[in-house]
Design a protein around this ligand. Structure first.
Ligand SMILES: Nc1ncnc2c1ncn2[C@@H]1O[C@H](COP(=O)(O)OP(=O)(O)OP(=O)(O)O)[C@@H](O)[C@H]1O
Ligand SMILES: [Mg+2]
Length: 308
């Protein structure tokens, strides 16, 4: 097996549908995920994250380019790649007529695990995801967050070498999200590799070793969260809620990004006082905080990840 858990080269996908113009969802995505890494794809709605994950996990064919999983070309040899991967699809649901315990156990058996191992892994995964109290209820009776936990628990239980998770914590409460993060960390400590997508900047920052910012089917920026934050060009952000129209007054102090009506000025501590004086003279107010991934995202994409 090759060194990388995943490698894509110039991956492209155009969706063709009759009666509608073609949609170019991926426009040449090249990336690597090293073994044992947790990597996040961060991008707005429609950026191409799910398309990438579906191709990489053998569920969809690319228009051109290649993806290898542990050196196996997933388009040419999907059946060879599948034993190495497990997937939580976006908006996946557990089987309604199975309980979480049955669902996890059945899936592990279908993947070829012996009864004893499947039983043990099922209990461990139910416990880890806080599902024990609901383990014997039909999935149809579970809440949305409990169903999503069941999906994640099913895939975590496989301990597959490479896990794809498409928005794994969507709809979960903060406690459940932390359980997922801890479980995914534990898995990579055991040797698995993880590629996930998320809209949550805190999740991307806490969970991933590296991230790729994607927009319009292209990688705009990549690196560790710290590297991306350093690339913003300052350590503090001054958020002026109504400042967009006054952007020219601030340009000489640091990088300015407008987002709707608001203006964010990225500054270093030594220019903060001057910037706050400009804010005051303009009769506006501002809040100051440390630079976060949000600013790295804004700088790379030009728009906020949360904006419609
Ligand atoms: N089956 C399809 N047929 C036509 N267009 C599609 C199809 N699936 C996705 N698309 C389009 O491809 C683009 C990328 O979609 P994709 O689902 O990969 O985005 P995403 O980054 O996962 O978005 P989200 O954050 O909303 O899940 C979008 O413009 C979408 O409308
Ligand atoms: Mg998606």
């Amino acid at each position: 097996m090759s060194e990388e858990a995943l490698r894509s080269v110039d991956l492209r996908k155009t969706y063709e549908s009759r009666g509608a113009p073609p949609v170019e969802a991926l426009s040449g995505v090249s990336m690597e995920v090293h073994r044992g890494e947790r990597v996040a794809l961060l991008g707005r709605n429609g950026a191409g994250k799910t398309t990438f994950l579906r191709i990489a996990s053998t569920l969809l064919r690319p228009s051109s380019g290649a993806v290898e999983v542990f050196g196996i070309d997933v388009t040419r040899s999907p059946e060879r790649a599948r034993p190495y991967i497990a997937v939580v699809p976006q908006e996946g649901k557990p089987f309604f007529h199975l309980t979480p315990r049955e669902q996890i156990y059945t899936y592990l058996r279908a993947r070829g695990f012996a009864r004893e191992t499947a039983r043990y892994r099922t209990e461990e995964s139910l416990e880890r995801m806080g599902l024990t109290p609901f383990a014997d209820r039909l999935s149809v009776t579970l809440s949305g967050g409990q169903r999503q936990r069941t999906m994640v628990a099913t895939v975590i239980a496989t301990e597959a070498p490479l896990l794809f998770l498409d928005e794994p914590t969507i709809g979960m409460d903060p406690f459940a999200r932390r359980e997922v993060w801890a479980s995914l960390r534990a898995l990579t400590q055991k040797g698995s590799t993880i590629l996930l997508t998320t809209h949550y900047l805190d999740e991307a920052e806490v969970l991933s070793n590296r991230l790729y910012i994607i927009e319009h089917g292209q990688v705009l920026s990549s690196g560790t969260a710290d590297e991306l934050k350093r690339s913003v060009g300052g350590t503090l952000k001054v958020l002026v809620p109504d400042g967009a129209s006054q952007v020219d007054r601030f340009r000489s102090y640091g990088t300015c990004v407008t987002d709707g009506l608001s203006l964010t000025v990225i500054v270093n501590p030594n220019t903060l006082n001057e910037v706050m004086e400009v804010v005051g003279r303009a009769g506006m107010t501002a809040t100051v905080g440390p630079v976060t991934l949000e600013e790295a995202f804004l700088r790379a994409v030009g728009r906020s990840i949360n904006e419609d």
